[in-house]
Design a protein around this ligand. Sequence first.
Ligand SMILES: [Zn+2]
Length: 454
Amino acid sequence: MTTSATESGLLITHARLATLGEEPALVEDGALLIEDGRLAALGATAELTARHPDAERWDAAGQLVFPASICAHTHFYGAFARGMAVPGEPAANFPQILERLWWRLDKALTLDDVRYSALVCLIDAIRHGTTTLIDHHASPNAIEGSLDVIAEAVQEAGLRASLCYEVTDRDGPERAQAGIAENVRFAKKLAGSGSQLAASFGLHASLTLSDETLVACVAAAEGLGLGFHVHVAEDRADQEDALRRSGKRVVHRLCDAGILGPRTIAVHCVHVCDDEIDVLAETGTWVTHQPRSNMNNGVGVAPVGPMLRMGVNLGLGNDGFSNQMFAEMKAAYLVHKLAQGDPRAMPGDVVMNLAYANNARLARVFWPELTLGELSEGAAADLIFLDYQPTTPLTVGNLPWHLLFGFEASAVTATICAGRVLMRDRRLLTLDEEAITARSRELAAEVWQRVGEQ
Ligand SMILES: [Zn+2]
């Protein structure tokens, strides 16, 4: 077994295919032909084996074959926070969480930490079937070259990722400049490479960005074809700051600065008013929803229902939580019901739509040629095998509820990205999990030490 499809292709047989896409179907005893990183044919096993006798075979033995997950917003750099004791009193609000946890952790990262922090997230992503990730990076004492280090890890893993560096004024003008330069340098390096890597222009959030820095970022991004990737109104503090600074609410401030548009990602948008939702919809700006993070930080519940009704482009991210998008979907399904006291809120098919159709559309901002989030002829060969034996009838119509109440990411036994097999029978083929995990533990302990000494 090689890790990539041979010349005559890789034929997956005896699978239960869940295609998703515009004409979703469940194909029993189905087969898939992978050629050149794409799905070349789908159909019945008997038919495809007869048509492609020379293709390398892989018997899925009745497993569910499903499109791989896409994560619309994450932070590889946050991996070492797992289990870290945060010095001082427990944070009582979101600004304190930033100051006491994240702005200490990111300052303690070296380029080697950045590499291993990314690698452990990429292992997690492969294990749990997420092949496309949109990352937002910060390491204020190791800015230059940090995106290259992450890019190398992504290439080693064999996944797809869009990367950016978060520009902020919180560490002084020199580091703000260095952040701008890193975004520009990386985007220019990638330009036209057509690889599994892509770039956006990272900004932290309105509350740590002056008008002058926003102007500098817009000027630097000009001509590079980049959208921005910025946290928006995650907490009330962002709105209070924007009103104090500019007399405008966050979305209006960013819109006036030229930050919004169909290539820009506005992360969270928990505290946006109807006027701001209108602006997000009119500008075609992407909003991403991260319910696990919002619950963890106690910042509130994003108005996802109103945003969807008003035509906002909306995807689902994880904000650095585990790369098990099934877990994020479950959180999204539950939190709106609780918050609104209404079990009709956030139906299962809407959650599925965010995670697959919408996230796939967002991925096209970075990979315009690719069809992701579905199994169809010509789509990217990004898929997973799930060892899932339904205990009730499984149909196209009730698939979202099987996913929400039945699927566990631990049932993923194989992960394929761009036709390359990254995990087979739960064994990783591109990354040395044991060695990476051992090194990550050592580096994380050193990072914690430095965080304690700050
Ligand atoms: Zn975030």
